[in-house]
Design a binder for this molecule. Sequence first.
Ligand SMILES: [Zn+2]
Ligand SMILES: [Zn+2]
Length: 276
Amino acid sequence: MMELTLLGTGCPKVDYKRFGPANLISTKMTNIIVDCGSGITQRLDQINISSAEIDALFLTHLHSDHVVDLYQLIISSWHSYRTKPWKVYGPKGTKKFVSKIMNAWQEERIQRINYENRSSTKAFNIIVKEFSASGIINIKDLKIKYFEVDHKPVPFAYGFCFLKDNKKLTISGDTRPCENIMKFGQLSDVLLHEVFIEDEIKETNKMRTSKTLHNVKDYHTPSSIVGKIANITRCKKLVLTHLVPTKFNEKKLKKIVKKDFGKNPIIGKDLLKIKI
Ligand SMILES: [Zn+2]
Ligand SMILES: [Zn+2]
């Protein structure tokens, strides 16, 4: 059995009920995180999972809302007595990104390491593996398939299938409607999909012009399409996350998606757990 915990169902917009994008996939012996948006360490603490216990971190893409708490995750794992290196799997550019973040804090870290005198610094050992177009990674009892999605102009963005004992969880990552989700997501027990909720963001000003709104919607999956995609994948359950905007009419969203999907979608909430 796998368990999916939504750690953050929001987006870059600040909302204390919807933290930045992050998910935990766990089995009895394995804990994998997908993305590390703002607030991930607080959410892990709320479910009593220590960052010292995480087996691997998978990154869908390098947009700030998905990776902004990377250093916080690493430093707090050290403070939580992590004694093993981190394994980070991400798109092309992840190695450079991780080394820049680690460099930014290097002097502070060295000072801390010398002063705090802890027995291990292995938590700062970060093994980064970058994805090719698609492939399979095995972590303990979990098999993870990664595949490209379409979040252009972001050059590399990925979705994942988590597989165990004939069960399948597909995670869309950030994407506009794309063929790979329909292909790789086929017959998922759970499809965790991002959504841009239409007709919820109306006013425009100089910082949010109609062009801005159009462009944001254009590289995400609108609520009028996400149900159709779920229907094509023939998934058992559709869970919506990365909700843009973070506050919206839930009834209306359910109704629109149900019309295309045939079943009610589950509207993701922070700390919601789903057994798969
Ligand atoms: Zn995002
Ligand atoms: Zn993004």
